[in-house]
Design a protein around this ligand. Structure first.
Ligand SMILES: NC(=[NH2+])NCCC[C@H](N)C(=O)O
Length: 561
């Protein structure tokens, strides 16, 4: 269902209120939802009318006269909720869904949204929390893009702190040359870090050396910085190519090292002047957040993770002038982002309430045969290997899958769907058997349905009609499928309000069930041309809704498997 009909209704409702509300039809329109009955109806829930419009008396709305589009207006009670139901002319409803339902609506108030996600640390494993951040952040970005907001996808790489002195020492001790690092950057940095740490357990000089190197780096030593930048370049190249396998591209890579001593000095000045930080008993400068003391400067005057985040937020607002900035980071950093927001408030930055921490739960039980140092690349290889091993059978050819690219995409699809199918705050256990189930609600199910529809389009010998003829699509399976497709935009609206993907995932599974039922009864092959082309048009829209939904989730829809 497109906005057109909803907008029409919105206008009618606002007119009926005789200018007693300041809301515009545009703002009202997202509140209008597809009804859950067999009828072609749109509903306006009373609780939303009350909370969003301040309207408690609906007598005037109920007086809206039926016309060619709105057939009947009445107040209905659905369990505890009351709604105003608008019955829509069936032909108009069907035509609107089939001809416009798969495409994004016009957005009259596009927002400028920055989404920071993934944000791994070089020299530390890319753990499952980073993978979840990558998947969820990509979904949120795709969704906003589909809703026609302006999106900046930002990856903020952790590459700063004393541990980076250890990497340098490790590199020296292992005798690794720039070429070695270039060949296998993330792994070399990680190995060096682990090596130096091991050495430091027996030899305290190692720690001293590491600290010395980091102090030089932080002090702005050109030689150290150049070396460090070079290594970051290699690491970024590896990250970019690995993200590509996931179908992910970032607009920006920022580094914690972008916000070192010089940059945070200005921030610290503001914090001091506004008396937001005071010296604590350990000599650190700390802010009071609730009943906690949170350090912003170490006793030696160097900055911390939080300090760099304050500087980064200020810098990002300057660069992007965002309406919203989302940090997609696991639950364990709640206190950190709470402190960040609190301090930005105290700094009297008017945009402090535009930042939000999008948190998510933990994953247990993801183990790799390669041991516990997991990198994104290893996780993806593991997915692909599992798909190939499982010999997932294709619905069309019934031959075991042995195409590597398809296996890669299928594996990734399964991991993404498995992650996005539940509320993001939930912890969950990772279980390969469940992730890759052929029967069941997995990425494979969505890919199957998509391939099936593509296959029909390409091989049935007919072409879809360009205009819908509702009279030819009156079978119950067709009507149910149309009603299901009509919900697409409602679902996207809820998903973006709650920043929850599971509503979309669940919807796509339901949609697939309706598609499969319609597929069985509404034959295309061997059907008279006119009917065949109408059915094909119906399936064509269904495929586009599914395809767009899958793309928003971050899947690459397959045409064949
Ligand atoms: N702006 C931020 N602090 N983003 C989150 C960064 C996550 C950090 N690199 C980590 O892995 O723990």
């Amino acid at each position: 269902m497109s906005t057109k009909l909803k907008l029409y209704l919105g206008r009618k409702v606002i007119e009926s209120l005789h200018k007693t509300t300041k809301l515009s039809p545009l703002e009202l329109q997202p509140l209008i939802q597809i009804g859950n009955t067999d009828k072609m109806e749109l509903n306006l829930p009373m609780n939303l009318l009350e909370t969003q419009l301040g309207v408690t008396n609906v007598t005037e709305i109920l007086k809206i006269q039926p016309d060619d589009i709105i057939r009947k207006v009445q107040l209905v009670r659905d369990r505890a909720n009351r709604k105003i139901s608008f019955e829509i002319d069936q032909n108009i409803f069907m035509t609107d869904v089939i001809e416009n339902g798969a495409y994004p609506d016009v957005n009259f108030k596009p927002k400028n949204v920055v989404v920071e996600y993934s944000s791994p640390n070089v020299a530390k494993p890319f753990h499952f929390g980073h993978l979840r951040s990558t998947i969820i952040g990509n979904f949120i970005s795709n969704l906003n893009q589909f809703l026609r907001n302006k999106v900046t996808r930002l990856n903020y790489i952790g590459n700063w702190g004393t541990q980076y002195g250890f990497i340098q020492v490790g590199l020296e001790e292992l005798g690794l040359q720039p070429e070695d690092i270039e060949r296998d950057p993330l792994n070399s940095l990680y190995r060096s870090y682990v090596h130096a740490n091991g050495l430091s357990e027996k030899n305290p000089d190692i720690s001293k050396r590491a600290k010395g190197i980091f102090a030089k780096l932080e002090g702005g030593s050109k030689e150290e910085l150049d070396r460090w930048r070079k290594m970051m370049g290699y690491s970024k190249a590896e990250l970019v190519s690995t993200y590509k396998r996931l179908g992910i591209e970032f607009d920006e890579y920022h580094y914690e090292s972008d916000y070192s001593a010089k940059d945070i000095a200005g921030i610290v000045d503001v914090l001091r002047t506004k008396n937001i930080i005071q010296k604590d008993e350990e000599g650190r400068m700390a802010a009071e957040i609730g009943n906690r003391r949170v350090a912003v400067l170490k006793s030696d005057g160097s900055g911390l993770y939080l300090t760099r985040d304050i500087a980064a937020a200020v810098d990002r607002f300057k660069r992007y002038d965002f309406d919203k900035m989302l940090y997609v980071v696991d639950n364990s950093q709640s206190d950190h982002f709470h402190a960040l927001r609190n301090i930005l408030y105290k700094m009297d930055l008017p945009w402090a309430d535009r930042i939000a921490h999008v948190k998510f739960g933990r994953v247990k039980g993801m183990s790799s045969r390669k041991g516990n140092a997991l990198f994104l690349r290893d996780i993806l290889d593991e997915c692909k290997g599992m798909v190939l091993k499982k010999q997932i059978e294709s619905p069309t050819t019934k031959t075991p899958l042995n195409d590597e690219r398809t296996a890669d995409i299928l594996g990734v699809s399964c991991v993404i769907v498995n992650d996005l199918k539940r509320r993001r705050q939930k912890d969950y256990d990772f279980d390969w058997d469940k992730v890759l189930q052929v029967q069941g609600d997995t990425g494979i199910k969505l890919q199957y349905a998509h391939c099936r529809l593509r296959n029909l389009e390409l091989n049935c010998g007919a072409a879809p009609a360009s205009r819908c003829q509702p009279a030819l699509l009156l079978e119950p399976e067709a009507l149910l499928l149309i009603k299901e497709m009509a919900k697409f935009h409602d679902v996207l609206y809820v998903a973006s309000e709650q920043l929850e993907a599971y509503v979309l995932v669940k919807y796509l599974f339901d949609l697939c069930n309706h598609i499969n039922k319609a597929f069985k009864t509404l034959r295309v092959k061997g059907t008279p041309d006119e009917l065949a082309s109408q059915r094909l048009l119906l399936f064509n829209t269904a495929r586009k809704v599914l395809e767009n939904g899958m793309i928003i989730l971050g899947l690459t829809p397959l045409n064949k498997m």
